[in-house]
Write a protein that binds this ligand. Sequence first.
Ligand SMILES: Nc1nc2c(ncn2[C@@H]2O[C@H](COP(=O)(O)OP(=O)(O)OP(=O)(O)O)[C@@H](O)[C@H]2O)c(=O)[nH]1
Ligand SMILES: [Mg+2]
Length: 374
Amino acid sequence: MLRLLFFTGPRAPNYSPIPPGSTSGPERRPRFEGPALMSHFIDEARIHVRAGDGGNGCVAFRREKYLPNGGPSGGDGGRGGSIVLLADPQLTTLLDFRYKRRFQGASGQAGMGSDCHGRGGEDLVIPVPVGTVVKDGTTEETLFDLGAPGVRMVAAQGGRGGRGNIHFKTSTNQAPRTAEPGTPGQARELLLELRLLADVGIVGFPNVGKSTLIAHVSRARPKIADYPFTTLVPNLGVVQLSGMRSFVLADVPGLIEGAHLGAGLGIRFLKHLARTRALLHVVTLTGDPERDPLRDYEIVRAELAAHDEAMAARPEIVVLNQMDRPEVASSLAELAQRFRARGIELVAISAAGGAGLPALLERLWTLLHPAPTP
Ligand SMILES: Nc1nc2c(ncn2[C@@H]2O[C@H](COP(=O)(O)OP(=O)(O)OP(=O)(O)O)[C@@H](O)[C@H]2O)c(=O)[nH]1
Ligand SMILES: [Mg+2]
């Protein structure tokens, strides 16, 4: 089971429109202060890697009894150790890179006399979570996508060992005093960005029941509470269906109008839906007269499209949650009709009670695995 535990980054989300010091306001809690901010889900890191230098070649001559003018015997320097990034399925966050950001590879040993070559420096293998995208720290150009377990990338190439003077003997120069220095290891600044691996992304306004839903259908246990922005970081949950079928759901923090401009928690977590193949869009009735499920739906769609057109174009299922509440159940017919007028079939569920969930999961499965067209 994949399960990510939370946290929020050091950046305080600019959610609250309440002026500092204000004590009033509906359901406001001091959520973004204090040690609760220290979380363990880190999805961006900047690291500096420097591969090992190659060892210098050696200048030496063979000296043995009864063997005058023994000739050159300086061996080659060993190659420098490279820095390798390895996609490790055991990791779920880039947290380690908060504490260690500089990585230095081992240098190659210098060549020695008696034709001995220097030992090569060992490669330094740095494990990163599967789904890490590696970018150049300066140009931000994507270099590599460590999207599958066990995939490796040479992040910095070790230096070459210099040749010793045994390579420089010629017919006219039998005692060369020349050897090459090793070349320096490659140094690079890298930007690591984690994009979680999920099949289906759950989107919607805050407080509509996204986390309740993932908690009901998987073993993910995100915090659930009756106020907006309970979820501050993405959660993954594995949904198990009969016949060994399974898929991964991702619950990301809720979106509000203007999220792409930074409102609420913004859209920084939407990158975790970049690899999803389908979306599960949750709406419900709130007590707020300004809100309406169809309008909420359209606002969230607009935010998705502002972030990434391709993401907005994914196949989608729209659910009306909280059907156990009588006011929701009684407005289903009218809402379904309004959604239908937009070409959307509204699926009724109760994430808390479980009604409609088995059928919903089967629909999601079908969406992920469409029957091949003949
Ligand atoms: N009656 C009822 N309440 C529900 C249902 N689903 C969720 N809730 C309640 O709605 C509130 C919000 O639920 P969450 O699952 O935290 O909502 P969320 O969409 O994850 O919210 P954020 O993390 O803030 O974006 C909680 O008090 C839940 O108990 C449901 O099916 N029926
Ligand atoms: Mg939540």
